[in-house]
Design a protein around this ligand. Sequence first.
Ligand code: SF4
Length: 337
Amino acid sequence: MNEARWREKTAHGKIVCRLCPRGCVIQEDSPGFCGARKNIAGSLHSLAYGRPAAIALDPIEKKPLYHFYPGASTISLGTLGCNMRCPHCQNASLSFAAPEDFLSIPLRQPETIADEAIKNGSRIISWTYNEPLVWAEYVLESARAAREKGISSVLVTAGLANPEPWAELLPVLDACCLDIKGWGDGLYKKLTGFPGFEYVLQNAVSAFDSGCHLEIVTNLMSGWNDDDASLLAIAEWIGTRLSPDVPWHITASRPAHRLMDLAPTPPGTIERAAALGRKAGLRHVYGGNIHNKKLQETLCPQCAAALIRREGFLVRENLITQNGRCPHCETEIYGRF
Ligand code: SF4
């Protein structure tokens, strides 16, 4: 177990965790809300440090990242625990595991993760599956060590972090795939169990401003976050506070966790949301988890030529030049290619 950072001691052996805005006040021998940090004998420990519960080789498109080395593979890691309680969680077996389950996972030193990527023929590590902020110390050390070996790091996150740890993570990250789950604190409370909307927006801005490659994801759930006003608000915010070039992935949800009776999001809802995104001026809007090849294509924002054609997570054709331009009109395309 590793001593956790971003914490303060209070009187009577309690510790306030400052990693995320929940700010858990943790008494001795108890875990924080996420289950990944625990007060042991008056010190805060990261139970998740070095304990990857899932490792797999994925296409980068699965994160989803469409403008970050399209067609590349990425070694993907997740641990246990989560600082949210989304009723539709797609990875509940990881996110809501018991804190004692960490101990059954073999320990991996941070320097070994880049070697795992190289061994699998990948140049990218993705911190994903559960919320990776819960093992921020390990992500930070692993990503720093990986960069020295020329390996990139991607954070797939809901962005519910305090500004200080977030600012420490950004310099070691090459790309971030960040959820904006809905519009407004009320909806965030319903969707994640915590009204952290402003933290998420602020962290998206600081990620973009830092030069980290950024793509935004919104998973649509019928009747929860799929109304026109909310979708337009998200799209307009991306276009004005980030950039119209930042890709927006609108994905269909499937029945999961506590919402097993929620019908899968109809393709028409994704298509309507994509139209709103384009109406708001976004240049790269994608639909995910539905069969619609047109909503998976990357188009040149200038001449509208199809530059990348995809089928599922496979890249069928990629015409973007090595210096990231449209081969027809030479317009620069946002991303790393
Ligand atoms: S990271 Fe975990 S322990 Fe720390 S404040 Fe957030 S939920 Fe609580």
